[in-house]
Structures are given as C-alpha cells and as structure tokens.
Write a protein that binds this ligand. Structure first.
Ligand code: ADP
Ligand code: GLC
Length: 516
C-alpha cells in the first residue's frame, strides 16, 4: 500500500482521535440497515454491528445510500459537504443519527447518507423496479456509495475520518477498489461477503462510469468473464475479507459454492475469516419482544403456548396445541430450499402437523404455496408479503422453524427460532451447520441437541427430517429438553464484535497496528 502522507507526517494510529479516546474509527458501508430499510439479513447485521463494535473499542459510523426510507428516518440531518461522481452528477452528504431500536441503550449511531434523488429516490425495492428487473443504472447507484466512502475516508468530514472502512456485499464491492486505485490517503478496507450468489455484474460498456483506471479492468482486478463484477472488486482489492460463518468461509472456496469466484477466494484464503453472525437481543428476545402478544422465557413458557394459539387463530389454522406448527419466514427464492418444503407438505399434514409460510419473491413459489393452502385449509396457510411484526409473532408461536436451504451463508431465522423455542429443521450447510445440533440418540442423551439437521438436498432426506421432527414432538419430555437447550444458546454479539475488531487491526498498516 502506498503511503501518500506528506513527508514527516506521522502515520495515523488507532489511538489518535480528536477527543483523545482509544477507539478504532470504522466506517461501515452497506445498502440497507435495520430498522430503516430491510430486505433480508444484511440489514439485521448492518443494524446491530455498530452498537456491538462500540463495546469492543470501536467508534463506528455508517454510510448509506439515500433511499427514501433512509433519508426519511435520519435524525438531526445536516449537509456536511458534497462531491461529484465520475459521470458529473453531484451528491450531497448528510450527517445525522440513526433512530434507536426500541429498548436499546447507548448513544445513537452516527450515519452519513448520500442524498442523490436521481439515483435513489424510487419507490419500492431498493434494487429492482416494479417488474423485479434490476435498475439499469445500478452500477452508478452503487459506485456512488464507493466514491462516498473514499471521500469520507479522505477529506469530506473535517471532524471525523475512519481508520478502517468496512464494506458489506456487492453493493459496497467497489469501496476497496476506489480506495486502492485512486489518489489520496490510503485507508485499509475490510470486505464482508453476505451472499456470493448476488455479485453485481455489469456490462463492460459501463466501465467508464466507474471512474477507475483502465488497469482495473483485467483478470487481476474487477473483470469477470468479460464483464464487471462488483463482488470480485471487493474480494480482489480488500485488505481483509470476512464472511458470515466459518463453514461458509470454507464452502466459498469450492467450485460448488464459489459462484465462479472460488479460485480467487482460495488465493486469498490467508486473508479470509468466517465470523458467525449474532443476534440483536434488543430486537429478538421473547421476554421483551414488542411485537408478540405474550412474553415468555426458557423457564417460563406459558406465554409461548398462548402465542401459538394466537398465531393459529390469526393465520386461520385450526387452533390446537396438539398439532406441531412448522413455519417458514423467508425470501421466496431458489436459495431457501422451498421446493423441498412444498414436497414435504403431505408429510406434515398426514403427520398431524400444520404449516405457515410468510414470504415474498418468486411468483411461482408464491402460487404453489397458495395452491397448497387452498387444498389444506386449516392445516396450511400462506401470507405473502414482507411483515416484520408478523415475523416476530411467527417465531413466538411456532414449534419448528424450517430452513432447508440449498446454500446459506449464515441464516438468521434458525437462530431466531432457537431463541424463541421453535426448533430449527435445517440442512447442514453454511451457517446452518454452525448453529444447529441434530437431535440423535447421543445428543438427546447429553442434552446438546437443538434441532433437526439433514445432509443431502433431496426431497427424501427432507421428508425424513420432517418425520423425525414429528416423532420428537410426540415425545414431550425429549422435545422440551431440546427446546430448553436451544433457548439457552448464546448468540450475543460480544464475541463476533471482538473478531471483527481483530480483523480491522490486522488490516491496519504495521505502524498503526503497533499502537492498538
Ligand atoms: P437472507 O438474508 O438470506 O434473506 P437471513 O436468515 O439471514 O436470510 O435473514 C432474513 C431476515 O429477513 C430475517 O430477519 C427474517 O426474519 C426476515 N424476513 C425474511 N422474509 C421476511 C418476510 N416475508 N417478512 C418479514 N421478515 C422477513
Ligand atoms: C445473506 C445470507 C444469509 C445471511 C445474511 C446476513 O443475505 O443469505 O445467510 O444470514 O446475509 O449475513
């Protein structure tokens, strides 16, 4: 890395801060953030990480695109500057505070938001138009995020500049490229892969818009089979790479799960770490959850039975405690293994169980579940859409959380299921393999079992797993024991935040690292 500081100027250290405290200044860059804008787990993580890192001696600010929900939710916003994008468009940078999550303690998280209505002020989904086609100018919309990060890392805010920039997923993939390949102060960059399936691929024709030197468009750069890959840019130029579970960190290095980037990831394996996502227990805790009708805890489960009855009633399922209630809260996509769930409906219903699905996405999947709900009234129900409070009520009322994914970088719903006393039924892949312990004779005996895990992505294996869940439900004492173990799992952010801090420190140039 080139040091562009004027001669004689000391390297910035992790302990140098205008107010003199010893925090490491980190700028997080992500496209979504809970509670302002969420389409999936990325938002949950981006929302929880700043507060978690603040307990690990980090001073974290976030940079976000100015989607309408984000601009509307930013508190005490003031414009702190503006800059021009490579194609001439001007962007104002707002600085403000993120709203606190209800019940959360600690100072509000500071955020920078790119105010560029021409790029971001569109209704609906942040990435796609009403026909579910990616916006044609997505390369500009997310290149702007990278340029914003580079400017903030260098000179945009006279009162604060990060020592490390941390970008999330392909939307922030150009951040390390901008920082590495353009003139100005060099700030180390960490890049986190949340899902390698979404890469931000664009035609080579738009390369000129990105404002990067022509040398970037090569195989040792962001070129990917003749196109531009924002994900590859992140993986290639970042100083350190993380992904969201240890198992996924291994899986992405294989041809099967590498989406064409496994070779690069193998090359970079000494810079790659898997850090398991955690759960924000200010938001996800059945003892305090603001969205559920009755509170409960592992040693006080009466509220859970009431939540189940209320959920069955709300979903127009037969209200009976005897039927094990299987639930899905998910984006309806290929990734999530929902064709297995469809193939297993008869097994659930014939076994005396019920199924409730909350999701939106693929219309064919929506229709297939709609059809199943019509054929099994009172036993199968579907709610199409995105509904955060309903998702909470589902985990609270559910007995089994289904996550039979084809691949799963981490997965959060199985962890929410565990903490809410809904046993996860998962495939042994990615973060699912890292978070659920299969109930077999040995793990039932030593009380380490937390759910049902199956290995192969096949209808037969999935159905067998469903039958095992049904059988376990018919053994109330064993069931209760597994549920207790699950509810006592510790998914707190403390450990993950320490891991991220260690990765940030490792990304710092030697001189600054020495002083942390
Ligand atoms: P992914 O990010 O791949 O979608 P995760 O399990 O990491 O999967 O995170 C999904 C997040 O989105 C969870 O917080 C889950 O509760 C939420 N979620 C998914 N679908 C819906 C929906 N239809 N309504 C409400 N919340 C949803
Ligand atoms: C991605 C992954 C999911 C992960 C989430 C948060 O959307 O699909 O497995 O939990 O990011 O890291």
């Amino acid at each position: 890395m080139t040091d562009t500081r004027p001669p004689g100027q000391a390297a910035p250290t992790a302990t140098q801060r205008p107010d003199g405290s010893g925090c490491l200044r980190v700028l997080q860059v992500s496209a979504e953030i809970f509670p302002l804008l969420k389409t999936g787990g990325l938002a949950d993580i981006a929302g929880a990480l700043p507060a978690a890192l603040s307990t690990a001696a980090c001073d974290v600010r976030v940079l976000l695109p100015g989607f309408p929900a984000i601009v509307a939710g930013l508190q005490d916003a003031t414009a702190i500057g503006q800059f021009s994008l490579p194609w001439g468009e001007s962007v104002r940078v707002l600085s403000g505070a993120l709203p606190a999550v209800q019940g959360a303690e600690g100072a509000a998280v500071r955020a920078y938001v790119l105010e560029a209505p021409g790029l971001y002020d569109r209704p609906g989904n942040p990435y796609e138009d009403a026909q579910r086609r990616p916006y044609a100018d997505n390369h500009r919309r997310f290149a702007a995020l990278a340029w914003g990060a580079a400017r903030l890392a260098r000179d945009l805010d006279p009162d604060w500049a990060p020592q490390v920039v941390h970008g999330h997923d392909w939307h922030a993939g150009l951040v390390p490229a901008c920082l590495k390949l353009t003139a100005g102060k060099q700030v180390p960059c960490v890049f986190t892969v949340h899902n390698l399936a979404y890469q931000g691929i664009f035609s080579a024709d738009v390369f000129g818009d990105l404002g990067l030197p022509p040398s970037a468009f090569q195989v040792d750069g962001l070129e990917f089979h003749g196109q531009i890959s924002f994900m590859k840019a992140g993986l290639f130029y970042a100083d350190k790479i993380t992904t969201v579970s240890p198992t996924y960190a291994r899986e992405v290095q294989t041809a099967e799960q590498g989406f064409g980037l496994d070779g690069l990831l193998r090359t970079r394996r000494s810079d790659l770490t898997g850090i398991l996502n955690a759960v924000d227990t200010q938001v996800w805790n059945p003892a305090t959850d603001i969205h559920i009708p009755h509170h409960y805890a592992a040693d006080h489960l009466a509220g859970k039975a009431k939540c189940k009855a209320a959920l069955q009633d709300e979903a127009e399922l037969e209200v009976t405690k005897d039927a094990p209630l299987f639930t899905v809260v998910s984006r309806l996509t290929e990734q999530k293994g929902l064709n297995l769930v469809l193939a297993g409906i008869e097994t659930i219903v014939q076994g005396g169980g019920q199924l409730l699905v909350l999701g939106s996405g693929d219309h064919e999947l929506e229709n297939a579940f709609r059809h199943a709900a019509q054929s099994h009234k009172g036993h199968v129900a579907l709610r199409v859409g995105y509904d955060e409070p309903f998702a909470h009520r589902i985990f609270a009322g559910s007995d089994i959380t289904l996550v039979p994914s084809r691949f799963e970088p981490c997965g959060l719903t199985q962890m929410y299921g565990l903490l809410y006393g809904s046993l996860p039924l998962v495939r042994a892949v990615g973060g699912l393999a890292d978070t659920v312990i299969d109930a077999d004779l040995a793990t039932l005996d030593d009380a380490t079992a937390t759910g049902i895990v199956f290995a192969n992505f096949s209808e037969a294996d999935y159905r067998h797993a469903v039958r095992r869940a049904l059988a376990l439900y018919r053994q109330p004492r064993a069931w209760a024991r597994v549920r207790q173990t699950g509810m006592h799992q510790n998914f707190s952010w403390t450990q993950a935040a320490q891991h991220y801090r260690a990765v940030y420190i490792a990304a710092l140039p030697d001189l600054s690292r020495a002083s942390t």
